[in-house]
Design a protein around this ligand. Sequence first.
Ligand code: NAD
Ligand code: UDP
Ligand code: UDP
Length: 314
Amino acid sequence: MRFDSTKRVLVTGGAGFLGSHLCERLLADGHDVVCVDNFFTGTRHNVAHLLEHPGFEILRHDVTFPLYIEVDEIYNLACPASPIHYQHDPVQTTKTSVHGAINMLGLAKRVGAKILQASTSEVYGDPEQHPQTEGYWGRVNPIGIRSCYDEGKRCAETLFFDYYRQNALRIKVARIFNTFGPRMHPNDGRVVSNFIMQALTGEDLTINGDGTQTRSFCYVDDLIDGLVRLMDSPDDFTGPVNLGSTYEFTMLELAEKIIALTGSSSKIGFRELPSDDPRQRQPDLTLARQVLGWGPSTPLDEGLQRTVEYFKAL
Ligand code: NAD
Ligand code: UDP
Ligand code: UDP
């Protein structure tokens, strides 16, 4: 039982890329934050600047195991997000999404907390509908190398909606599209961090396939603002809601842009496209704009510049 009015917010995966920015934002908004992480892909370094904050607590814990604490809100971000990390131990990836969701939903149920799930555009798989609206059910391979992540996240969404229907839990589901910015893991194999690191070290930029596949990248600060707005939205709004950028471009264009931005002498090289790599991806943001009054505002070049500065300083 708590007697003061400060909200206590749990962020699972709080020492990761998105999680660390979210902890920072919640503390700045005046909340107490409990960061839970098993440090699989996240690091203490990502939240080192928050450790002295009186409202900040960090707990080493794996969400596949039960967790008994008292909180008012839960942001469930725990899950490796880059293909090389989530494919490293695919069974653990599914456990993290599925058992992790059950445990965090069980916790939310016990303490009456509001709970937000960091879902993903991967629930749409390699989409036939373009751009993707929340009503699209997706085209996902259930037995491929990306399935541990995609199907794990789909099952987590199912659990969120079953707890909502069965236990009247207050849930929020965000479908996050590709996001980038400072504190991305330099070796996580994602395209933005790879290209920047390669450009800064003068290596060839590794384009998978012919580079004509598209993505749209959202700067981290914009994405975090979308998550907070979603958590604060009226209880009858559950989502799922797409959060991301609609500015879509090819990986070849991205490589050329990063070479130009860094003034690098790196060249572009091509290698095999991994299986089930989506051809195209762009969110339809109508719902986010209507209900949350949200849309990304950081220009791509500005976000990339800030990310380049971060990687230079590493
Ligand atoms: P990240 O790998 O940097 O962060 C994930 C964090 O979860 C890490 O700190 C990791 O140590 C922790 N974690 C992993 N398994 C855990 C477990 N079993 N118990 C406790 N902690 C665990 O990735 P990110 O980019 O910050 O992604 C955060 C969330 O957002 C993930 O759920 C991801 O699926 C989702 N998401 C991210 C993107 C993106 O572009 N970054 C896109 C869509 C969805
Ligand atoms: N749980 C948890 N913390 C809590 C309450 C529950 O981690 O404060 C976990 C616990 O492992 C439980 C799961 O959440 O098995 C689902 O809880 P729920 O109450 O929905 O179902 P139960 O399995 O207890 O019947
Ligand atoms: N990609 C690439 N070179 C790299 C890393 C990734 O061309 O060094 C491609 C990848 O095959 C995909 C796109 O860039 O088509 C985005 O990859 P990322 O892993 O960042 O995100 P996701 O595939 O999960 O959207």
